[in-house]
Design a protein around this ligand. Sequence first.
Ligand code: NDP
Ligand code: 2IT
Length: 464
Amino acid sequence: METKTETFKAKASNGTPQASSSHVEKFMEIIIAKNPGEPEFHQAVHEVAETIIPYQEQHPEFQKAKILERIAEPERVIMFRVPWIDDNGEYQVNRGFRIQMNSALGPYKGGLRFHPTVYLGILKFLAFEQVFKNSLTTLPMGGGKGGSDFDPKGKSDMEVMRFCQSFMTELCRHIDANTDVPAGDIGVGGRELGYLFGQYKRIRNEFTGVLTGKSLEWGGSLIRPEATGYGCVYFMDEMLKTKGKSLKGATAVISGSGNVAQYAAEKVIQMGGKVLTLSDSEGFIYDKDGIDVKKLAWVMELKNIKRGRIKEYAEKFSADFYAGKTPWGVKCDVALPCATQNELGEKDAEVLVSNGCAAVAEGANMPCTPEAMHVFLKSGTLYAPGKASNAGGVAVSGLEMSQNSMRLSWSREEVDERLRNIMKNIHSTCVKYGQDEKGINYVKGANIGGFMKIARAMIAQGHV
Ligand code: NDP
Ligand code: 2IT
């Protein structure tokens, strides 16, 4: 925590004018004092404060209404015990959370993360980002996030089911289709959502769109599994177009090998690019011949069904595996960090820039550190923050909610077309609000574009 605080004081990473800089630091002192020990939350708030505080100085109505102060305070935090019994008959206890961050634009909406690193600070950062992201989609969704420090890795299906049932037994008191609609995130995919939905239905006796990312047979939407990765690549394509470039023939470095990474890779391949890397928490694989459709299908089976490790790819396809390393040193035209927060630091960013990387689009939430972001902004590298470039997942979740309410389902083409248009619109919003001396600053554009709608709604709704 101390290191992060130091970083905030040391430099404004976002080109903040000097006069506003001390207001940002004062604001951050209060945030840090009120939310001790939550460095990821401080980092996310700081990034937004750096653009919104100077902007608010020209909009006293937002300042007067203390919109930023209110947005940084969750409407509600729910924290609960999750007891369950493992396959050996032993009691286990985890901690469950749901952060209901902001409901100005619609029901709370955002994923659930099951990972041993989960604690309040991680989920508050994710919920805070989600509020802006959901606003950018233009769909009627507020922001929230939840999860647990439960680790699904190495657990049997029955253990995962018992955990999910216990988690939902408490969570179901706090959510419904018009109040709060969770979905997946790290460690929560189709299997977990199935068990969670089943338990909600049993307890509440309601078949309703209370979760998104459901299977197609029971209320899911086509393209939801693909949406985050596809959307991220659509956004990357829009950014490249502004420089007269495209993904055709481009080399791409991708981190992660979960849901977002897999479908980002699929879309890069479909758009004529060559994917060189994938990773997991044990290291990365580098395939200089490119990961093609067949190899990617093998990765999907490895990760989604066999639940294996990415290093097995290197053995299967004679590629290189770098244990304990991230892939940012591999020379590429574009980079897509799709694993986790703070996975790409200042040195990594410098290497990417010096290797000629033209664009970075975040598939993960906050994968670049503030220092890395500063390197990209300073060098003029096209850089999209996750709240803009990974909004495709929650956008299709919003479309799933609409289909559930209407009790009908749209075709694959229709959902994909809507997704593509939403990503184009988010790009246009970033261009509209993100102009600065160096061209388009997508961080500024996404923050201001997202903020405007929420701020107006909060003012209209009174003291909320
Ligand atoms: P998955 O659980 O499907 O995959 C996560 C991937 O990231 C795995 O390859 C995992 O490796 C790797 N990873 C996780 N933690 C670490 C770590 N500490 N260090 C290195 N690698 C790590 O999750 P998703 O693909 O759904 O999520 C990836 C990112 O995208 C997250 O930041 C998430 O918040 C974000 N996101 C997800 C959306 C969605 O719709 N799913 C929507 C928008 C953003 P390992 O298996 O070894 O842990
Ligand atoms: O970070 C995210 O946007 C997600 N994990 C998806 C949230 C959702 O409700 O689909």
